[in-house]
Design a protein around this ligand. Structure first.
Ligand SMILES: *[C@@H]1O[C@H](CO)[C@@H](O)[C@H](O)[C@H]1NC(C)=O
Ligand SMILES: *[C@@H]1O[C@H](CO)[C@@H](O)[C@H](O)[C@H]1NC(C)=O
Length: 271
């Protein structure tokens, strides 16, 4: 992203078409080939009302005392996943896993329907922007349900956030989805989520503050139809995360997500 900004800034000075093309290529490279040249552009990252801390300013012990059991936090620079990121580029994933089947779920709260299709077909046919009027229960989405035997050779290169909770172990959930997609409000155990490519906007509520939402509607429709009219005391905690940042969510916190770009993401559930 920084490269793109730098590129565009120097374009203003040089002002040639070639310069712009170079800047756009740089943007493509930054996204590992995952950018969709679509009409949907979700620019609204929203406010960030969650603590964002540099990992060097929060020790594991401080994390356990201040956040682990009480609230979400976003940590920067906790791990270096350069290698994993490289392996998650579109060309690399398609080459390695294109023929493998992936299990898709509907993007509604209770994920009713599951469909198995080849990864290549998911990328070619289903990986596209979410239309505003589609129902979550009609949208097939690749998130989690990974066959660990098949994806082990990729996951072994992922360095998970080191701040674990006592007496838990981590389980991964890996996915890729288009702009405008996301999972509506739900809750489960504690964990981390990070984006490898793209941006993901997060909305969270504490366990005792169940938000109003329809389980079959998408997060996009909640953001458009409900979010703007929420009274101040019903506002969620929210922030948009980018590569290099991990979001921690505590046990049983309600959360919903919205991918602002085509996003490659991985969660670590601590159970
Ligand atoms: C996972 O992949 C392996 C190897 O391809 C296969 O034998 C196994 O049946 C798959 N497991 C599930 C639950 O699909
Ligand atoms: C959500 O969609 C599923 C599948 O179409 C349906 O079975 C279920 O009744 C719906 N739930 C609500 C609350 O509308």
């Amino acid at each position: 992203m920084d490269r793109k900004r730098t590129g565009l800034r120097s374009c203003a000075q040089v002002s040639t078409l070639i310069c712009l093309l170079v800047a756009l290529r740089a943007e493509d490279d930054d996204r590992g080939g995952w950018s969709l040249h679509s009409d949907i552009k979700l620019h609204d990252e929203g406010p960030c009302t969650i603590d964002v801390l540099d990992s060097s300013s929060l020790s594991h012990q401080q994390f356990l005392e201040r956040y682990a059991y009480s609230g979400p936090v976003i940590l920067r620079g906790l791990t270096d996943n350069t290698k994993f990121r490289f392996l998650c580029s579109k060309s690399s994933l398609l080459e390695e896993y294109g023929d493998r089947k992936v299990r898709l779920s509907t993007a509604n709260t209770y994920s009713y329907r599951k469909v198995d299709i080849p990864f290549q077909e998911y990328v070619d046919v289903l990986l596209r922007p979410q239309s505003a009027d589609a129902l979550g229960s009609d949208t097939l989405y690749f998130f989690g349900d990974n066959n660990f035997t098949e994806w082990q050779s990729l996951f072994e290169h992922y360095e998970p956030p080191p701040y674990v909770l006592p007496h838990t172990s981590g389980a991964y959930s890996f996915g890729i989805a288009g702009p405008g997609t996301g999972v509506p409000f739900h809750w489960h155990g504690p964990g981390y989520s990070e984006v490898i490519y793209g941006r993901k906007r997060w909305f969270l509520y504490p366990p005792d503050k169940e938000p109003h939402f329809h389980p079959n509607r998408t997060t996009l429709s909640w953001v458009t139809d409900t979010y703007p009219y929420l009274p101040e005391d019903e506002a969620p905690l929210e922030c948009t995360i980018r590569p290099g940042e991990v979001l921690y969510f505590p046990d049983r916190w309600w959360h919903a997500t919205l991918n602002l770009d085509t996003s490659v993401f991985i969660s670590t559930f601590l159970g």
